[in-house]
Design a protein around this ligand. Structure first.
Ligand code: AMP
Length: 305
């Protein structure tokens, strides 16, 4: 179906929430909501915001339910942000289905969904901001996906400035991203509280991800090995294994699963994201992993202490 026809169908459906496609519509609607929504607590209504790239699943919905529960106004965005993809094939194959997403959102009774096109977010000729996230972007996702965090910073920064949320909700599945967003908010001096939310998993342990849709049946059956190995590695650490022993063990175990290629596994400080070499003196350690499986990039993490 053509974009215009999809929009027509959406606007004729009985959706509680308003869907905006342009910045003008969005800012007008936000102003109206702020004016007309009664505040449950305090003098002014609070606005909770969840940015997503669509192909929504229960992981996204957990963030959205929380934003709905904790705020007078709840807003989501659905936008596959081209400038955060360093791999053109990943961008091309990324699942997109706005109609199905909006259907899934219906029971949440959000106030507003912003679903811009790339032309709306990136008007031709307008310069792209450049952020410096320092050491945070020199490891893991930042190191392996050049330009990725700048792309994330640009889109989230623009969305924050348009929407002005009081709180914004992010999943701990993208652990490093939360640290980058906290730094973004600090640099832009925006009064937004960043709320980290726990990872939602399938019953078999696989972290929910839009990219899981791209796994073949065979690889879908293998994918839960990632979380199994992470969990077993925590038990290993609790049993006295050193950081290096845990790291080496995870690398070997992932390597032993047919078709799995380890992109990285890092034991990182939970705040600075820098590599941790020993347990002594480390109070917050997170093991962050990316595995390639049949051309699909799977990300996960687990906390050791
Ligand atoms: P994405 O659409 O992948 O950009 O994700 C949008 C938001 O949903 C990000 O803050 C993600 O970290 C979060 N998210 C994605 N998958 C999960 C999950 N399985 N559990 C919790 N949060 C998630």
């Amino acid at each position: 179906m053509k974009q215009a026809a999809i929009r027509q169908e959406i606007s004729e459906s009985n959706l509680y929430m308003k869907v905006c496609y342009t910045k003008t519509e969005l800012t007008q609607e936000i102003a109206r909501l702020r004016r007309e929504t009664p505040a449950l607590e305090g003098a002014t209504p609070t606005l909770g915001f969840v940015p997503t790239m669509g192909a929504l699943h229960q992981g996204h919905l957990s963030l959205l339910w929380r934003a709905r529960r904790e705020n007078d106004i709840a807003v989501a965005s659905i936008f596959v942000n081209p400038i955060q993809f360093n791999n053109p094939n990943d961008l091309k194959t990324y699942p997109r289905n706005l109609e199905a997403d909006l259907k899934l959102l219906e029971p949440l009774e959000l106030d507003l969904v912003f679903a811009p096109t790339a032309e709306v977010m990136y008007p031709a000729g307008a310069p792209i901001e450049h952020y410096d996230f320092g050491a945070l972007e020199q490891v893991m996702e930042g190191k392996n996906r050049p330009g990725h965090f700048n792309g994330v910073g640009v889109v989230v920064g623009r969305l924050f400035k348009l929407i002005n949320p009081d709180k914004a909700y992010f999943g701990e599945k993208d652990y490093q991203q939360i640290a980058v967003i906290q730094e973004l908010v600090r640099q832009l001096q925006l009064p937004i509280q960043i709320v980290p939310c726990p990872i939602v998993r399938e019953d078999d342990g696989l972290a929910l991800s839009s990219r899981n849709l791209l796994l073949s049946d065979e690889n879908r059956a293998l994918a839960p090995n990632i979380y199994r190995i992470l969990k077993e590695s925590v038990a290993l650490a609790q049993g006295g294994a050193t950081v290096l022993e845990v790291k080496t063990w995870v690398e070997a175990e992932i390597g032993a699963v047919p078709g799995m290629a380890l992109e990285y596994f890092e034991m990182a400080d939970g705040v600075s994201l820098q590599p941790v070499a020993r347990w002594e003196g480390a109070t917050h350690v997170v093991g962050c992993i990316v595995v390639q499986l049949g051309g699909v990039r799977l990300i996960d993490n687990i906390r050791y202490r």
